[in-house]
Design a protein around this ligand. Structure first.
Ligand code: ZN
Length: 319
């Protein structure tokens, strides 16, 4: 059933068009290179406390309604836009492993270190499955993990038939699995970890070794093998997010070249002292959308290889 403008209550229209109108128009004018609308929970709370509480108590439904509200605004056209939410109340903020059963099915912010990352893969948010016997196509919404098939074909009404996956008619998005581990812990031998899923434009926003704060929906996997449950975080936003910063934006060679060029350009700036300011070099390159961690570690490598000299006082020189 298609949702129309009048099905949605006024506060959603006001949130999207008045409170976030400028943001939405800005993203729309850069779509699809920009495709996230980032909502600040505390700002929503200032606008309408009741609506803010709905984001906490029934997050999926509330987010879905905001997405529908965007869809029926005829001034904009962003079919694949993602609604993101950050800055949720501190009481829902945990280090990895401190979240509890009571938080399942709700939004939480989880803090930890990225210790493992899989490659980016396509995830079928909705899979189009064709019955091998009669050719009927059924669309089945999916969760992460095992492919869910219809219990019975809607065409031939047989159960236990085989299905063929039809990619072109499925709804696919980018997906990446990440393992987050508690940092700064006394539990040295076995620090708690949490499986985290990143989707769409978030897949490139973090890298190994990053300390991140992720807002997401805490859930149990659909298929469980044991009574002690497998859980995960479906990331809705990256709290420690810097706009436009991507992991691996430059190759190590390109990054080295950028650092060397920057040091050479600035090492003679100040006639009263030698060298280019280290912090300023790092700032300049991170300002171009490279992760700080990558810049720092590449710079360390250059110093180790004596391609850049650390001349003391936070100054660098190319010999
Ligand atoms: Zn069939």
């Amino acid at each position: 059933m298609e949702i129309t403008e009048s099905d949605i209550s006024d506060e959603y229209h006001a949130l999207v068009r008045d409170v976030y109108g400028d943001t939405v128009r800005e993203v729309n004018s850069h779509y699809p290179s920009k495709r996230s609308i980032r909502l600040d929970w505390k700002e929503i709370e200032r606008f309408d406390d009741d609506l803010a509480q709905r984001f906490i108590h029934s997050p999926k439904r509330t987010r879905g309604t905001v997405e529908s509200t965007l869809e029926c605004w005829d001034e904009i056209d962003m079919p694949e836009v993602a609604v993101r939410l950050h800055n949720i109340p501190d009481e829902y903020h945990f280090r990895v492993g401190k979240q509890r059963t009571i938080h399942l099915g709700g939004l939480i912010t989880i803090e930890g270190e990225v210790v493992e990352m899989d490659g980016v893969k396509p995830f079928a948010r909705e899979a189009a499955l064709e019955c091998r016997l009669c050719g009927t196509l059924t669309r089945v919404p999916q969760t992460y993990g095992k492919m869910m098939e219809p219990a019975e074909c809607m065409g031939c009404e047989r159960s236990g038939t085989q299905y063929i996956f039809q990619r072109s008619q499925s709804d696919l998005i980018d997906y990446r699995k990440v393992i987050l581990q508690r940092s700064d812990t006394n539990l040295d031998d076995d620090p708690p970890i949490l499986v985290v899923y990143l989707t769409q434009d978030l897949v490139d926003r973090v890298g190994p070794g990053d300390y991140v704060s992720l807002v997401g929906y805490y859930d149990t996997a659909m298929i469980q093998k044991e009574s002690v449950l497998e859980t995960y975080l479906d990331t809705w936003d990256i709290e420690s997010h810097e706009d436009g910063v991507l992991a691996d934006r430059l190759s190590p060679e390109e990054l080295s070249a950028a650092i060397l060029e920057e040091v050479e350009e600035h090492q003679d700036d100040d006639p009263s002292s030698f060298g280019a300011d280290r912090e300023q070099i790092i700032e300049t390159i991170t300002g171009e959308g490279v992760r700080r961690k990558e810049v720092e570690s590449q710079l360390e490598d250059l110093i180790d290889d004596r391609e850049v000299n650390d001349v003391g006082g936070g100054k660098l020189m190319v010999p």
